[in-house]
Ligand binder design. Structure first.
Ligand SMILES: Nc1nc2c(ncn2[C@@H]2O[C@H](COP(=O)(O)OP(=O)(O)OP(=O)(O)O)[C@@H](O)[C@H]2O)c(=O)[nH]1
Ligand SMILES: [Mg+2]
Length: 449
């Protein structure tokens, strides 16, 4: 749990623990000069933003390590406080010994996300930027990293701030009208406001439309291999993943648990999921496996329907909700020439001769590219469920406001709606204090972030 009052000095290992050339230990606090002098045995304070080559000495003034220490003087630092960034030798012993020394000097171990939390509290970043830091660190693909960086640099925040500014200007006009016209608003003002609100609605809808793209590059796409037992699902899974992760046998019902592997296709994280074959069964274990397959089917974005005889027939037999899902029919074991069927949207493959695998990749890649033709270098991208839910809720408010203007303009109601609208934008940016949200968000960060 994060402590909202941030007075004490905190420390954390910023690099992953274990064997490595160097480790970075980060300390943040109100004033770290005396701490610096104490751990380095130096008389003079460090020069801000310079790399100082120092020995770190333990409690008995014995040398612990030779380190590079960078001092950032608050508020010109990530957290807005003084920061010491200590680059020591890596490995099991040295970083731990330096941490132990700092603990003994009353520097507390930071909670998860506490550095970012302090940066947020001190106004160095907003909540969207904090989410972008978390996203950037956990990003696995170039596209995701690029968009997270754009958001860290304030792309989405700035768009919301611009909208907020427009609405605040509107509110000023409205309140001016209220002062003079009491409860009536002039026709010109009404049509002006309507025009501005419609433009804002258009911009907001555009921002919301980026959510699908954001979710895809952030969370990735789920591609499920689905079919009867022995259709060749696990063989294809192994081929796509370049591994022998899944057991392949000629015994129907080999796969029981679902098996996942992550790939990057066209810059998008793609999770390929092998499932148990679908068959009527009385076997308890097999049934549990089939239940899992059905669950994966429901959660899938793309389904590869595999069948060695006729995938189209198998597809027709499925009585499931295929809304929002892309289905690719895969005729397997083409080397055996069991059934020479033809059809559009049907790919023939053989994992024995490697036929059709490239075509399958191309089909997947084309579909992914098509669904992601979003100009993320130009337009802002909504990257989290939290952002999406909040921004989406402004649409209803805007529609209500426009409705009021279309009918009998009620200034008081209109201005209260616009206040509500700006508050939601402020909440999205974290300008309105919400300890639960803050705690949830920052405590999901790792220690040292
Ligand atoms: N000739 C040929 N045999 C294949 C091909 N793909 C898979 N097989 C064989 O078909 C059998 C079943 O393959 P699996 O990949 O285990 O099939 P599955 O769909 O995962 O089966 P379950 O896990 O039982 O649902 C194995 O004997 C494979 O060697 C192929 O392209 N050509
Ligand atoms: Mg299998």
């Amino acid at each position: 749990m994060i402590k909202p009052l941030v007075q004490d000095d905190i420390v954390a290992l910023a690099t992953p623990p274990g064997i490595g050339a160097i480790a970075v230990i980060r300390v943040s606090g109100q004033n770290l000069i005396s701490l610096y002098k104490r751990i380095t045995n130096q008389k003079t304070p460090p020069q801000p933003r310079y790399v100082n080559y120092n020995s770190i000495v333990d409690i008995n003034r014995n040398k612990l390590d030779n380190c590079l220490i960078t001092y950032f003087k608050g508020p010109n630092s990530f957290t807005g406080e003084d920061i010491l960034e200590i680059s020591s030798h890596g490995g099991e012993f040295i970083p731990k010994a330096i941490l132990a020394l700092l603990y003994s000097l009353k520097v507390r171990q930071a909670s998860p996300g506490e550095f970012s939390y302090r940066a947020f509290i001190n106004g160095k970043i907003d909540l969207i930027q904090a989410e972008a830091i978390s996203g950037l660190i956990s990003s696995k693909t170039s596209k995701n990293a690029k968009v997270q960086l754009n958001n860290l640099n304030g792309d989405l925040s700035q768009s919301l701030l611009n909208i907020r500014k427009e609405v605040i200007t509107l509110l000023t006009i409205l309140e001016h009208e209220l002062d003079f016209a009491e409860d009536e608003v002039s026709f010109t003002t009404t049509s002006e406001i309507k025009l501005i609100l419609n433009n804002i609605l258009y911009t907001i809808k555009n921002i919301i439309s980026s959510s699908r793209f954001g979710k895809t590059i952030n969370v990735g796409v789920r591609v499920v291999l689905f079919g009867k037992p022995n259709a060749g699902k696990s063989s294809l899974f192994n081929r796509l993943s370049g591994s022998e992760k899944a057991i392949v046998t000629n015994i129907p019902g080999t796969t029981r648990d679902t098996i996942e592997t992550w790939l990057e296709i066209s810059g998008i994280p793609v999770c390929i999921i092998d499932t148990a074959g679908i068959i009527e069964s009385n076997n308890e274990v097999e049934l549990l496996g089939i239940q899992k397959s059905m669950q994966e089917f429901k959660n899938a974005d793309i389904i590869l329907l595999l069948d060695e005889e006729n995938p189209l027939n198998f597809y027709k037999q499925q009585n499931m909700d295929l809304l929002n899902k892309k289905i690719i029919l895969v005729h397997t074991k083409s080397d055996l020439n069991l059934n020479d069927i033809k059809g559009t949207n049907l790919i023939k493959i053989s994992t024995k001769t490697n036929t059709g695998i490239d075509q399958l990749y191309t089909e997947l890649s084309t579909h992914l590219k098509d669904s992601l033709s979003y100009n993320y270098s130009k337009d802002p991208v909504v990257m989290s469920e939290r952002q999406h839910a909040l921004i989406l809720s402004t649409v209803g408010i805007l529609n209500e406001a426009i409705n009021i203007l279309n009918n009998e303009p009620d200034l008081v109601l209109l201005s209260s709606l616009l206040h509500e609208f700006t508050e939601i934008l402020e909440e999205t940016l974290g300008k309105i204090s919400n300890e639960d949200i803050f705690n949830n968000l920052f405590s999901s960060f790792c220690i040292g972030k």
